[in-house]
Design a protein around this ligand. Sequence first.
Ligand code: ZN
Length: 265
Amino acid sequence: MVQENDSAKPLELIDSHCHLDFPEFDENREALINECTVKGVKKFIVPGVTADTWPRLKKVANDYSSIYPAYGLHPYFLAEHKLEHVEALKVFIQNNPSIAIGEIGLDYYLKNLDRNFQQKLLLAQLALANELNLPVILHVRKAHDDVLSFLKQFSLVGGTVHAFNGSFQQAEQYLKLGFKLGFGGAMTFERARHLRQLVSDLPLEAIVLETDAPDMRPANYSQEINTPLTVLTVFRQICELRSESPQQIANQMTANTCAIFSLPN
Ligand SMILES: [Zn+2]
C-alpha cells in the first residue's frame, strides 16, 4: 500500500514500461512481483525488444497475470533486426495476446544506429499497428520531429511515448495524436529541471508512470538494478510537483494507462 494514502481505499499504480522479462530478474522475479503487489504496484506493461526474445516475454506473461505484454522491434537492438521480422511480428501477435506494438521508435542519440533502417522498421511497425488497431509504445531519443511526422501519416489509436524528454510543444503534438507521456526515474534527479517543469505543467490526463527497469535507476538509489518498485519513487516525485491529492494523481495515472492499453481498471 502506498504511504501517502489517507483514505480507506489503497492506491493502485501501474508501471507502464518495464522489462520484467529481462534475465536480470530471473533470480527474484516472483518475490519482486509479490512485493510490488503488496505495495500497490499491481500491473506491469512489458514491451518486447527483439524477435528472438518475444518467446521469453510470452512465457513471463503467461506465468504472471499482472504482466501485460507488447511485442515489437526496439531500435536500440537494430543489429538484431531484419525487415522480415515485421511480418513475423504480425504472425506472433495474431497468435499471442499483445496489448500494443512496442517498443518501437527512433534513436538518433546513438550514432552507430543506421537511421534509414530505423525509419523503415518504424514505418512498417506503425503500419502494422494501424492494420491491427493496436496502440504503440514509443522509444524516441533526439528524434521527436521525425517520429511525429511519421505518426501523422497514420490514424493510430495512440499509445505512450516512453521516458519523454521533448519540448512542451512536442508534448502537445503527441497529446493531439492520442498519446500519453511516460515519466520515470530521470525526473527524480534535482538537475532534471525541464522534466520537472513538464510534469508540473502538463494536464494530469497526459501522464503515465514508468520505471524502464532494469534501466534508468532513480536518484539516491543504492540497488544495482532498477525494479518496478521505484514507480513509487516516481509517483512521490510527481505528487511533490503537483497540487492535486495523491489519491487523485494515482487514480488518474492508473486510468490513463488503462485507457491507452484497454486494461481493466
Ligand atoms: Zn524500454
